[in-house]
Design a protein around this ligand. Structure first.
Ligand code: ATP
Ligand code: MG
Length: 413
């Protein structure tokens, strides 16, 4: 679990704001959700035989002996909230939410126990147009952020029915090579053979590569849906590769699944992952509602942005007010408030704790402010104030107090 320190939080804010503005421009509105849910919600939605439910959840009994879990992802909560609050009665919703998620993982670069996701969910749309739009939206985001070391992989998991047939084919294939499977995979062979395809064990990769492919046994409707998605992505000029091994780590997906992956972050290459989960609303007790969404891993996005040379704009003060002497210090206190009211959007920092002229100017410089305002006994007596550019070689000038607000407004415009 990381502390996000002041020198990093500006980048976080910038990226969060950029994504928020982008998805809202596509018509998504925010939904805010609790960090805790009944454990049962995740067992039923994510699936018993998944990494998350088997070994990654932070689960505990509360004082009332109810089993609660710190959310490992947001989709289940979005669906729960939509059902509970009647959002799905003849309505469609495009929602986003963001915040910390919790998984008991082996910590390493790009993999943490508290991490952050930006999450987008569209409820009530059966696509493939919405699937395509969700992906096109992320492609726009990469362009906007100058992120180029990223590639899109897509796959279709078909319908539950066609997956049942596929499951049989997988069981038969993996049973034939059972002596080469690791313990996890052997267990999954019985309970959830699709999960074997999601194994992160390098020694399993060769066996997985030779396994039967879902796309070969796709039902007609899912095949049509997938072709529709591909046509829309092609028309939008969004490049992708079809990865028939892409199954995703959660059970609720059907049809479209996708992942944006990068080679810039070592082993933790998945930055944004998503897919369609048409069965989940009904499974959680709501009326059948098609749904699709994605989740962005914010820690990985921050790292990828930096790896692609991105630098968030630095938030600094416009003005640092230096005041020397008791009377000047008193006047300074009211002056900054007048400027805050009088100059739209001004970011102004008042020197606190006194100090000599020299030490105050040093602080002004350290604050990265564009200007220092200088108020001493002489300026007070003359009714003016010194305006000193801190980021250029320009000379300090003297400004009449009653012209100060207008002068700053013009200079900062
Ligand atoms: P992975 O295969 O890397 O374990 P996942 O399939 O478990 O990822 P999802 O549940 O789809 O991941 O979560 C969506 C995104 O959240 C991922 O693409 C990734 O960017 C990010 N993410 C997932 N787990 C972590 C973690 N422990 N630490 C940081 N980011 C994570
Ligand atoms: Mg995982």
């Amino acid at each position: 679990m990381n502390d996000i320190l002041p020198d990093a939080s500006g980048t976080w804010q910038f990226l969060e704001q950029t994504i928020q503005d982008l998805v809202q421009s596509y018509g998504y509105t925010e939904i805010r959700l609790p960090l805790l849910e009944y454990t049962e919600l995740f067992r039923r939605s994510i699936g018993e035989v998944t990494d998350i439910v088997e070994k990654e959840m932070y689960t505990f009994l509360d004082r009332n002996e109810e089993s609660l879990t710190l959310r490992p992802e947001a989709t289940a909560s979005v669906v729960r909230a939509a059902i509970e609050n009647g959002l799905l009665h003849n309505q469609r919703h495009k929602l986003w939410t963001a915040g910390p998620m919790f998984r008991y993982e082996k910590p390493q670069q790009g993999r943490y126990r508290q991490f952050h996701q930006f999450d987008v969910e569209a409820l009530g749309f059966d696509g493939p147009d919405i699937d395509a739009e969700l992906i096109i939206m992320t492609a726009r985001m990469w362009r906007q952020l100058g992120i180029d070391r990223i590639a899109l992989e897509i796959n279709s998991l078909g319908s539950p029915e066609s997956r049942a047939g596929y499951r049989k084919a997988l069981v038969s294939y993996f049973s034939g090579v059972k002596n080469r499977l690791d313990d996890d995979s052997i267990r999954r062979l019985e309970q959830n053979p699709l999960r074997i395809l999601d194994s992160k064990n390098p020694e399993m990769q060769e066996i997985i590569a030779a396994a039967p492919v879902m796309l070969d046994v796709l039902d007609d409707d899912s095949a049509k849906h997938f072709a529709g998605l591909r046509a829309l992505l092609d028309a939008a000029g969004v490049a992708y590769s079809v990865n028939p091994r892409l199954v995703r780590g959660l059970d609720y997906y059907n049809r479209t699944v996708f992942e944006w992956v990068t080679d810039a972050l070592g082993a933790q290459g998945a930055v944004c992952s998503g897919g369609r989960y048409d069965g989940l609303v009904e499974k959680l007790g709501g009326r059948a509602t098609p749904a699709v969404g994605w989740a962005m891993g914010m820690e990985r996005l921050v790292a990828l942005y930096a790896a692609c040379g991105g630098k968030a704009p630095v938030q600094t003060a416009d003005v640092y007010l230096v005041a020397v002497g008791d009377a000047a210090e008193r006047r300074a206190f009211s002056l900054v408030e007048e400027l805050r009211s009088g100059v739209d959007g001004i970011r102004i920092e008042l020197n606190l704790g006194g100090g000599s002229f020299k030490s105050q100017l040093k602080r002004a410089d350290k604050s990265n402010a564009t200007y220092a305002l200088i108020l001493g006994e002489q300026e007070l007596a003359d009714g003016n104030i010194g305006l000193k550019p801190l980021r250029s070689a320009d000379e300090q000038i003297s400004v009449a107090m009653d012209e100060l607000a207008a002068t700053l407004a013009a200079r900062l415009a």
